[in-house]
Design a protein around this ligand. Sequence first.
Ligand code: GUN
Length: 295
Amino acid sequence: MSISLSTEAVNKVIDGKATAEVVLQEVKAEVDQFKQQGIQPCLAVILVGFDPASQVYVRNKVQKAEQVGIRSLEFRMDADTSTETLLAKIKELNEDASVNGILVQLPLPKHIDENTVLQSVLAEKDVDGFHSENVGGLSQGRDVLVPCTPKGCLRLLKDHLGDLSGLNAVVIGRSNIVGKPMANLLLHENCTVTIVHSKTQNIQDICKQADILVAAIGRPQMINADYVKENAVVIDVGINRIEQHGKTRLVGDVDYDSVYPIASAITPVPGGVGPMTIAYLMKNTLHATHIQHGH
Ligand code: GUN
């Protein structure tokens, strides 16, 4: 009895860290194949300003790239960098054939025109999938570069559930980075998809219909048991730093302890979606390398 209970508990927590390691092994094998053809995949990361969280994310991205054999270039620019100076840097990287992927870490300082910057990255080097060519391509179901976090979430869902056809999926949050691309990916998997957001009425009732619930709102522990259907699979995209008992702690958008007993499976924070985002950035860098070599 105790053995079957503990097995159930292990399967119930979706281990993003372990799955990310599997994805990184896949990436490493593919990098080796590129290298045998004399191709060295390369990712350029640009950070403007000194936001502490962004500095950590960028360091992690660069380290992970090196770990799997992808060459990484890191460019740090002052917080008062002008839009023109940033655009000039991106143009240089667009024109550099040895650079396959370009990522501009967000958020950018307020004086910078974010839309112009994101549109200036060549679509075939846009490993974030933020360029309108890629956004449109995703909407049409073309094999384009797609934002890393929703791709990582989808991998966790498919690894756990297999075929998603016909399932009711509710995405909480409508951001360009997560909510909207997540909804599109789930739609292409034949889910029935609803997006709810801050102006939605009866959010709880809608969430309670979901077989798959993806929380991407940026509100610490907002989604508790009242939002979750029995046996739903819950994916928590939130990364929120909260003060508790005089210490800071990372929590998701889901109230894990409240939801765990109801869900059939749930991603923890940390160790859920976070590692998958970086792993899929590496996958996207290889996808970009394929596109540029006409594969
Ligand atoms: N900041 C928070 N998430 C992301 C992301 O997915 N890509 C980039 N470039 N910046 C981010």
